[in-house]
Design a protein around this ligand. Sequence first.
Ligand SMILES: Cc1ncc(COP(=O)(O)O)c(C=O)c1O
Length: 318
Amino acid sequence: MLSHCGNTFLFYMFLFIDSLRTIPVIFALLIHPFNVEDMSNYYNFNGQITASSEVKLSVSDLSILRGYGIFDYFLVRQKTVMFLDDYLNRFYGSAQILGLNIPVTKDEMARQIYALIEANNTTDAGIRLLLTGGYSEDGYTPSTPNYLILQHPISWVPQKDYETGIKLITHLFQRELPEVKSINYLTGIKLQQEMKNASAGEILYHDGQFYRETVRANVFFVVNDEIFTPAQKILKGITRKHILTIASKHCKVNEIEVPLNFLDKASEIFITSSTKGVLPVVNVDGMMVGQGKPGPKASLLLTEWEKYCEAYIKDHSN
Ligand SMILES: Cc1ncc(COP(=O)(O)O)c(C=O)c1O
């Protein structure tokens, strides 16, 4: 009898203690019943739409062990994927150069990108395509690549940077396999503190003779009312391509080897990228560019770029 009472007591004690564990859960649900951001956060992992928290890449992947992988990044605006064909061409081109096989066609990849946007029910986002060297048995040899389609909120450049222009600092560096959008941003990331110390917005790479590009953007110089941009040993930016088309309607554009003395000659400098659009540069290594404020060409091209994007959205929305 005594032992039966003891068991019953222990049983109810256990129930009581166990129920305490649910209190924080109930409380959390009461104060934050529906986290929309978490609920809508899906990625695509090797063709499967998967909750972002469930996506797990093994540490044997060559992207982790050796930094062997590529990516691309583009915007979704008002549910339209901006310049999708251009980005897919570049992504598949990068993969080919690294000898990595993307297991789906471009059409199928486009379908999967739109399916992910639908699953996340967002209108504006940044999409990151990622292709890795795959799980490697010896930690060196590529195998079947893993691919991911990730979706993130867009980190826009603050409006004031367009109004005041940004500073650059220069750095002697040539990106390896420059036409490949590889996941290797070692130099840029390592120099982040130096960039912040100089209150700079980007780092401009040069090879001692010619300018190349910034860590994450292409660069343009305005000299005698003409536009000049580096022609080679750069990542061929998609924004760069369209800006060249737009600019050629307003002035002469030149894709050349841009020598370092263009810094003294330029009345304007600006950089372009998918998230930055056209961003004016007013200072390089402490030297003022032009009048030290955004110039007319950059302002015109930024306005024209916005119109161009709006026309694209109109043409491609269903
Ligand atoms: C090295 C490099 N150059 C240029 C660009 C600009 O390319 P896009 O206009 O396609 O964004 C980027 C973009 O991230 C980049 O990483």
